[in-house]
Design a protein around this ligand. Structure first.
Ligand code: AMP
Ligand code: ZN
Length: 141
């Protein structure tokens, strides 16, 4: 897609530090290096976000992620864990609208990456909780 920075990276029109490439995905270092080895895995097909994937593309892309994750872990022996993050939509902190998976190797809980989950469980009765699950279940195709 024109004017997409990640499509330009795939085509070599913008430089990147390549980690892996095949017919389906391109992987390269995220310029911010939140932690050493922070890598982005992107489908070569331009899809904006998770809502634009079909099952086959999702399977093909995700199938490649474990081997890239394992390579990062091997390359950085101090890596003792990894966050894999995929932001969808501006509200979810997506800033580049060509879908991508962040592979963020973790070295300690003070290595520069953090995430916060608010526990709202006390706000719901068991019935409300079940109802919420049910309305999602009812719309799955
Ligand atoms: P997100 O905020 O989830 O959309 O992530 C987009 C990521 O793309 C950010 O972490 C940026 O640092 C990264 N990024 C943007 N431009 C480049 C670039 N030219 N090379 C490498 N990483 C980039
Ligand atoms: Zn693109």
């Amino acid at each position: 897609m024109e004017n997409c920075i990640f499509c330009k990276i795939i085509k070599g029109e913008i430089p990147s530090a390549k980690v892996y490439e095949d017919d389906i995905v391109y992987a390269f270092l995220d310029i911010t290096q939140v932690t050493p080895g922070h890598t982005l895995v992107i489908p070569k097909q331009h899809v904006q976000n998770i809502f634009e994937y079909d099952e086959d593309l999702a399977a093909e892309v995700f199938k490649r992620i474990p081997k890239i994750a394992k390579a990062i872990q091997t390359a950085f022996p101090e890596c003792s864990g990894m966050n894999i993050i995929q932001n969808n939509g501006e509200v979810a902190y997506q800033s580049v609208f060509h879908s991508h998976f962040h592979l963020i190797p973790r070295y300690s809980q003070k290595d520069g990456f953090s995430m916060a989950f608010t526990d709202n469980s006390h706000q719901y009765t068991p019935e409300e909780f079940k109802h919420r699950a049910q309305i999602i279940q009812d719309t799955i195709q």
